[in-house]
Write a protein that binds this ligand. Structure first.
Ligand code: PCA
Length: 326
């Protein structure tokens, strides 16, 4: 009798040990992103996912759903906020209608080099982290787009040449810029750019060389002006509850992969700037600097927009600008 009990107990213990020794159930995260395969942001995020899977021995697998295939760009932030998906990517300045602080990276000519963009990110990050935390979101990493330039299907020698053009926009700042230039703004998501130009819904835009290349801009546009107006950023966020549910080890692996992705992403962005600008030229787009007249008018528009931003952002904005300038 005693022997039987002991054996039974031993068997139970062995089963329990096996249970605890087995790796924790693997988890899969669906991660929506707005931009297509082949774009450096998407490549960077896929590498981030691969690093997380590798470092956790497959305990956390992140499936990237690019080009708005799982959630459309305007829905991604709320999908993460509500926990429909644990993580996602979006253009940070898309949230400027919630709070102008989110739009600081799209004020024309405030920070229009990588060095300045990095400084502005550091100056604005504490407030952005706090605002996102109010929505149960935690940023993992943020990566800028290359500097923004103007595309058209005819020469733009002066701001007057933009008068009345149907202008593709992607956030509130590009919409305001279009208005101030006398153009007619229409919001179009990146995966829909080629179609919007092909059907004549839009005829000019401001975006990066990379987005021009990803959209094969040479099929419907002829001129690119390297205005270097600003460097808007994408941000990758995670739902705080989903993150907190991870084990200590998996959390650490995610944070380390995120840090690597941020460093790698900024470098990829810089490299993509040169490569994509060359690709535009190689495919027959006339690539040039803006004329002095156009540059001067754009700077004037930038000053107007900077003043408007300061008014809207109030004390929070002043604090960011002070941190940025010091
Ligand atoms: N590409 C994105 C955002 C900025 C950029 O360079 C777009 O055009 O929507």
């Amino acid at each position: 009798m005693r022997k039987t009990l002991t054996l039974a107990r031993a068997a139970t213990l062995a089963a329990a040990t096996a249970l605890f020794a087995a790796p924790a159930a693997a988890e899969t995260w669906d991660m929506p992103t707005p931009y297509p395969d082949g774009n450096f942001h998407t490549e960077n995020i896929k590498q981030f996912a691969a690093e997380v899977a590798e470092a956790t021995g497959g305990e956390l697998e992140i499936t990237v759903h690019p080009a708005g295939s799982l959630f459309k760009h305007p829905e991604i932030k709320n999908a993460v906020r509500s926990g429909q998906v644990p993580a996602g990517e979006f253009l940070l300045s898309r949230l400027s209608n919630e709070n102008p602080v989110f739009g600081v990276d799209s004020v024309p000519f405030l920070a229009n080099s990588y060095a300045a963009a990095e400084k502005l990110w550091m100056a604005s990050k504490p407030q952005i982290d706090e605002l996102l935390a109010e929505q149960n979101l935690m940023p993992l990493f943020s990566v800028p787009w290359p500097p923004q330039g103007i595309y058209a299907s005819q020469p733009i020698e002066a701001i007057e040449d933009m008068q009345g053009l149907k202008f593709r926009t992607y956030n509130a700042a590009t919409e305001r810029l279009a208005q101030l230039a006398g153009a007619v703004p229409t919001q179009v998501e990146v995966p829909d750019i080629a179609q919007a130009f092909a059907t004549g819904r839009v005829e000019a835009m401001i975006t990066s060389a990379t987005t021009g290349v990803n959209s094969k801009a040479w099929d419907f546009l002829s001129h690119y002006y390297d205005t270097q107006a600003w460097l808007p950023k994408n941000i990758v966020v995670v739902n705080v509850d989903a993150f907190e549910a991870l084990s200590h080890e998996v959390k650490a692996a995610v944070m380390e992969a995120a840090e690597n992705a941020q460093d790698r992403g900024w470098e990829m962005s810089k490299t993509a700037t040169t490569e994509a600008t060359q690709t535009l030229a190689d495919n027959g787009i006339t690539v040039s600097d803006p004329s002095e007249a156009l540059a001067a008018s754009l700077r004037e528009i930038g000053e107007t927009m900077a003043a408007e931003w300061s008014d809207e952002a109030g004390a929070a904005g002043t604090a960011i600008l002070e941190a940025y300038r010091n």
